[in-house]
Write a protein that binds this ligand. Structure first.
Ligand code: IPE
Ligand code: IPE
Ligand code: MG
Length: 239
């Protein structure tokens, strides 16, 4: 039995540094190659009929890296926006950002805002960029908002349920990922989408992100389609 193609795929774009190291290139070159892999993957998602792609581009912990690497990543993000904007518009892709863009350089933030606004009416697919994103931080911020509402008398804590809590997360309105892919051989989540992946299917590959090809995505999707998602029940019943 083969199930449907995943509606929402999330990817931890990892392994850029190791890819560069193997080639005696700078880590920034690795990130540039990672940017090309992102472009290929957005196209491959379209070809496969995947509606939503969420990519982990920068974590709340990645600020620990040397300043020049962080700067290079921010510059690349600006460059990516500049290069891809037209293509995303032409392909009817809506861009969303999850995370806490506050500490990003102001010009990057402006470019991101413009991209999000310019694509906000697109309906073909969604590309969700996780930038300065951390799952724990997201949950704490949501809890804070809930507490504030309760303190102002706008919410009765007794009525709080999972659905109401989810509405306070960065991903409000986006269905949870069906499939999470982590390249580079690491078998961890690194603080990505902790709430949302409760029942997501996981797929790991040793391939480094800059080497990730449409065939790898197709392989992950095929593996996904052969899985039996039980959600704690029996067979494929969700309820
Ligand atoms: C992922 O690649 C990119 C970001 C975290 C921004 P890495 O830079 O983590 O690559 P490795 O894990 O060092 O190979
Ligand atoms: C996760 O990769 C973050 C992104 C890909 C943006 P890391 O390279 O930061 O994760 P760890 O440090 O290996 O857990
Ligand atoms: Mg890494």
């Amino acid at each position: 039995m083969r199930g449907p193609v995943p509606r929402h795929v999330a990817i931890i774009m990892d392994g850029n540094g190791r890819w560069a190291e193997k080639r005696n290139l700078s880590r920034a070159e690795g990130h540039r190659a990672g940017m090309r892999a992102l472009r290929r993957t957005v196209e491959a998602c379209r070809d496969l009929g995947i509606e939503i792609l969420t990519v982990y581009a920068f974590s709340t912990e990645n600020w620990k890296r040397p300043r020049d690497e962080v700067d290079a990543l921010m510059d690349l993000l600006g460059e990516w926006i500049h290069k891809e904007q037209q293509e995303l518009l032409d392909n009817d892709v809506q861009v969303r950002v999850i995370g806490f863009p506050g500490p990003l350089p102001p010009e990057t933030r402006r470019a991101l805002d413009d991209l999000v606004k310019a694509t906000s009416r697109n309906k073909g697919a969604v590309l969700c960029l996780a930038l300065n994103y951390g799952g724990r931080r997201e949950i704490v911020e949501a809890a804070r908002r809930v507490a504030e509402k309760a303190a102002r008398g706008l919410l009765d804590p007794a009525t709080l349920d999972e659905k109401a809590f989810e509405a306070e997360l960065e991903t409000a309105g986006i269905p949870e990922p069906d499939l999470l892919i982590r390249p580079s051989g690491e078998m961890r989540l690194s603080n990505f989408l902790l709430w949302q992946i409760a029942y997501t299917e996981l797929w790991f590959t040793p391939v480094l992100w800059p080497d990730f090809q449409p065939e790898h995505l197709a392989e992950a999707v095929e593996a996904y389609r052969s899985r039996d998602r039980r959600y704690g029940g029996l067979h494929e019943d969700k309820d």
